[in-house]
Design a protein around this ligand. Structure first.
Ligand code: GRF
Length: 205
């Protein structure tokens, strides 16, 4: 058991971030939200972090036009806040090589489908659920995976299957999957903090 020191990354709403922060606050997850970074200065998630008094920064191509400087600034913030696990939730940018290397096997993302199906560049929010419905699949789901240089392609940490109901629309599917994401991200983080999921071991698959 060890208290996870979390660095959070999110671009818009950050509902997964909120679920994780609340679980840290009420003691149902042995973790501490150390810092949040958003590439979007107007995001709700940034305002939320400020309201919760979590150190929060806007870092993007606007603040750092040079990609390497952005990468360095991001890594410096995570190191300064003594982060040991990065959590992406709706973070729409790729991480730079310095951050990816330093936190190798310690960066998680959540995706609203059973990867490798319906992942990759451009596959986010309603596009994922529309593609699932168009395929006629009877099930969809959630994937938590390690982050590497390619969108949605890192080793899978955990997956949960969910049914597609006959009268589902992309909107109803999105709502149901997102509700389950909040629970599933927490379950996966608990398993990591309790040592029943070993991220270094997973990365060797
Ligand atoms: C979630 O569906 C997640 O799977 C995807 O982006 C969405 C983010 O939602 N990566 P939120 O910002 O956590 O509300």
């Amino acid at each position: 058991m060890h208290t996870l020191q979390l660095g959070l990354l999110s671009s818009h709403t950050g509902s997964n971030v909120r679920a994780i922060v609340q679980a840290c606050q009420n003691g149902s997850l042995d973790a501490a939200p150390r810092v949040l970074i958003s590439n979007n200065s107007k995001s709700n998630v940034l305002a939320y972090a400020h309201a919760e008094q979590i150190p929060a920064y806007h870092l993007s191509g606007q603040t750092h036009p040079e990609p390497e400087a952005l990468d360095r600034a991001m890594l410096e913030i995570f190191q300064r806040h003594e982060v040991d696990l990065l959590i992406l939730s709706g973070y729409m940018k790729k991480l730079g090589p310095l951050t990816l290397t330093y936190y190798q096997n310690h960066i998680l993302n959540i995706h609203p489908s059973l990867l490798p199906r319906y992942g990759g560049q451009g596959m986010y929010s309603s596009r994922v659920h529309e593609a699932v419905l168009a395929s006629g699949d009877a099930t969809t789901g959630i994937t938590v995976h390690l982050v590497n240089t390619e969108y949605d392609q890192g080793p899978i940490v955990a997956q949960r299957e969910l049914p597609v109901l006959p009268d589902d629309t992309a909107a109803s599917l999105a709502t149901r999957v997102l509700e389950q994401e909040h629970l599933f991200y927490l379950e996966t983080l608990r398993a990591i903090s309790q040592g029943s999921v070993d991220l270094d071991l997973l990365s060797r698959r």
